[in-house]
Design a protein around this ligand. Structure first.
Ligand SMILES: NC(=O)c1ccc[n+]([C@@H]2O[C@H](COP(=O)([O-])OP(=O)(O)OC[C@H]3O[C@@H](n4cnc5c(N)ncnc54)[C@H](OP(=O)(O)O)[C@@H]3O)[C@@H](O)[C@H]2O)c1
Length: 237
């Protein structure tokens, strides 16, 4: 049976690698992003469906959801970092930064999941991409990713009785994405690699393989969890 997979933020980086992994499996894959150009290019290169949809816009998300009769896998990968305001910033600037981080990293996942949840098949999976920033005092960005994990626990309690698993993949530093907007320095890269036990940056394929596993038949009893994929940079027990 062909699975239907929706990857928000599937135009680059982690989301794109996840979309490619499911497409390689023969799934019918849909990717979203905000720009017609990024969406069109990714759809063409990956040979998947592309839908322009800003995940923070309820109307656009409702239109996206209307495309699906059923959905087997939802990957909430859309996200990004709006940098903290400069010291002495006005309250309006502080508000704008917090709202942007929460909208992009939390609300987009909440809205998309709410819009499609009636279409989930028995055995479906919701996979949301969190961040090591949630454990590291990552300001508004880290707070939004911590909230994503808290929301996931509630979502799991709601959907698991229908056979739908809900998990967060908390990613450490992943190279080869647009996340750092060209601002990653060699020094910062080295410091982040040094924090890991395996002394390498994460690759987008590390996250794609984990997402693929979470959607597989072998992972049906894993739900309500945050899985850390970071080479040991943050350890759990
Ligand atoms: N790279 C890392 O080190 C790292 C570490 C931990 C967690 N993460 C998380 O991993 C996820 C993927 O990021 P990435 O590293 O792959 O960065 P990326 O290459 O910048 O990809 C971000 C994706 O999200 C899309 N996007 C952003 N805002 C959106 C919105 N409002 N609506 C729809 N799509 C939106 C972008 O598409 P358009 O630009 O076309 O809109 C793009 O496809 C994010 O949630 C990020 O927080 C990344």
């Amino acid at each position: 049976m062909t699975h239907t997979v929706l990857v928000t933020g599937g135009t680059s980086g982690i989301g794109r690698a996840i979309a490619a992994a499911f497409a390689a499996d023969g799934a019918e894959v849909f990717v979203t992003g905000r720009g017609p150009e990024t969406v069109g290019q990714a759809a063409k290169e990956l040979e998947v469906h592309g839908v322009v949809c800003d995940g923070t816009d309820a109307g656009q998300v409702a239109s996206l959801a209307a495309r699906f009769d059923t959905l087997d896998v939802l990957v909430n990968a859309a996200g990004g970092l709006t940098r903290p305001p400069a010291e002495g910033a006005s309250l309006d600037e502080v508000l704008a930064v917090w709202q942007a981080n929460l909208a992009q990293n939390l609300i987009s996942a909440v809205l998309t999941t709410a819009a499609v949840q009636d279409r989930f098949t028995d055995g479906a999976s919701v996979i949301s991409i969190g961040s090591i920033g949630a454990e590291r005092g990552g300001g508004a960005y880290g707070a939004s990713k911590a909230a994503l994990a808290a929301w996931n626990a509630t979502l799991s309690a709601q959907l698991a009785p229908r056979g739908v698993t809900c998990n967060v993949i908390s990613a450490g530093y992943i190279a080869g994405t647009n996340f750092f907007q060209g601002k990653m320095t060699d020094e910062r890269h080295q410091a982040l690699v040094e924090e890991t036990h395996d002394k390498r940056p994460g690759a987008v394929e590390d996250i794609a393989a984990t997402a693929h596993f979470l959607a597989s038949s072998g992972a049906r009893h894993i739900t309500g969890q945050t899985l850390h994929v970071n080479g040991g940079a943050y350890t759990t027990r």
